[in-house]
Design a protein around this ligand. Structure first.
Ligand code: G3D
Ligand code: MG
Length: 182
């Protein structure tokens, strides 16, 4: 059982097509910084962040030591390296880009890839680039459908403005912690 002084180690992976904003979201979350210049990722980049999750039932609060894995968007690399990337992951941030329609259905193959390695784990869908909502290319009901299919929540985020970025990372940490302690 986890007590209030315990630390839970958690690994999460961000998945989704290239340029949906995975690297930018992590940057914004960890460094509170958004760099509009080109951001490149080679292979996998691992970042750490500590956060706290409360258990209102018993008043406990636990510390989460979160390891965030940012991986490349290319599908070829995914097949080759998925064991290495996804091994031990306890949660997924599945990111799509509201300005590019296919990035939503493309998440299916990312989710299958991760689930073949980890089994079922909590997923949080992120509809990123919400600051460009005027360029929305899919409806919220399509997002809701995807979400319902995987019994997982979705949230609109913007790595540019920071909208819901903390909330998204917190949500996945919270889901993982509650699942493990329950
Ligand atoms: P990736 O890691 O998923 O491949 P990146 O994606 O984080 O590299 O982001 C791809 C591009 O989208 C970058 O633009 C980045 O600045 C932009 N971007 C990421 N998130 C947002 C967002 O929430 N809003 C807006 N408006 N842009 C975003 P460039 O031009 O550098 O390629
Ligand atoms: Mg990247």
């Amino acid at each position: 059982m986890f007590g209030s002084s315990d630390t839970m180690k958690v690994k999460i992976c961000l998945v989704g097509e290239g340029a949906v904003g995975k690297t930018s979201l992590i940057r914004k979350y960890v460094l509170d910084e958004f760099d509009d210049r080109y951001i490149s990722t080679l292979g996998a980049k691992i970042t750490k962040k500590e956060l706290r999750v409360e258990f209102p039932d018993n008043g406990n609060e636990i510390r989460i030591d979160m390891t965030i894995w940012d991986i490349m968007g290319e599908k070829g690399f995914r097949e080759l390296l998925k064991e290495a990337y996804f091994h031990g992951a306890q949660g997924v941030l599945a990111v799509c880009d509201v300005t590019r329609k296919n990035t939503l259905p493309d998440l299916e193959s990312w989710i299958s890839a991760i689930e073949t390695v980890t089994g079922k784990v909590p997923i949080q869908f992120l509809a990123n680039k919400a600051d460009l909502k005027d360029q929305l290319t899919f409806t919220e009901s399509e997002l809701r459908e995807m979400s319902a299919k995987h019994k997982s929540p979705y949230i609109f985020t913007s790595a540019k403005t920071g909208e819901n970025v903390d909330k998204a990372f917190f949500a996945i940490a919270d889901a993982i912690a509650k699942r493990r302690v329950a």
